[in-house]
Design a protein around this ligand. Structure first.
Ligand SMILES: [Zn+2]
Length: 235
């Protein structure tokens, strides 16, 4: 076998090995993404529960402010009532106080409802938080396993890639640039053996004169149909 062919086949073998590790590494991603999706789902529910809690809290606070204001107003009216001498003015203030009392009662009923809502929202936020915690806990072993595999494959890949770099050094430059160009294309590999007079990748028949060069002169010829390098297996 020619040295060129030997060096190319060696490079291809190393490239395929690296590719396999890359595929294994990429194969971990869907699993990891699935875990991310699961977590994101419960986390967004938690976020919504926290927003709702904040809103309920500000509604309650708003009502408290209003109630405070009404009470102050009532106090002032009551004080005023003590100083009023005229019966008409006094009855006017009394009427105002009556009205203010009923408004206040309504606001206080609203406050009770809003306080209930705060409690409900708190319960929901706590519950959602515990769901998030549960999901995280349940995911932890799986994540650890994936991360461990990732670093294991990464080490393998680094080794495989340095093997490729080493293999490249023995391939003559013109062959190497051709090889790399084909590698970037659609074919699954660069080098295919001649099979029954046809390209081993696309099975297009190789013209007779080229076939003879491949078989008898050990030439490496590009398939005219798919572009891969076609070589003969040594007998
Ligand atoms: Zn072909």
């Amino acid at each position: 076998m020619d040295l060129e062919l030997q060096s190319l086949l060696n490079l291809q073998e190393k490239d395929l090995a690296a590719q396999e590790v890359e595929n294994e590494l990429a194969g971990l991603l869907p699993e990891l993404e699935q875990l991310e999706r699961e977590l994101a789902e419960v986390e967004s529910a938690l976020e919504a529960a926290q927003v709702a809690l904040k809103q309920a809290g500000s509604r309650r606070q708003e009502l408290e402010g209003k109630i405070e204001g009404y009470k102050l107003m009532q106090d002032r009216k009551r004080q005023k009532l003590e100083w009023v001498r005229g019966a008409k003015e006094a009855s006017e203030i009394m009427a105002e106080l009556d009205l203010a009392r009923s408004v206040l009662a309504r606001e206080e009923a609203d406050w009770v409802r809003s306080a209930d809502k705060v409690l409900e929202a708190e319960a929901r936020a706590t519950e959602t938080q515990s769901v998030v915690d549960e999901v995280k806990e349940a995911q932890a072993p799986k994540r650890e396993e994936i991360l461990a595999k990732q670093s294991e494959y990464q080490i393998k890949l680094d080794v495989a890639q340095s093997e490729c770099d080493k293999a490249k050094q023995s391939v003559p430059k013109p062959f190497l640039s051709k090889y790399e160009r084909i590698l970037k294309g659609n074919a699954p590999m660069v080098l295919f053996a001649l099979r029954g007079g046809a390209c081993g990748n696309c099975f297009t028949a190789v013209p007779m004169h080229l076939r003879q060069q491949i078989e008898h002169a050990g030439a490496i010829v590009n398939c005219q149909a798919c572009g891969v390098m076609v070589y003969a297996i040594a007998e």
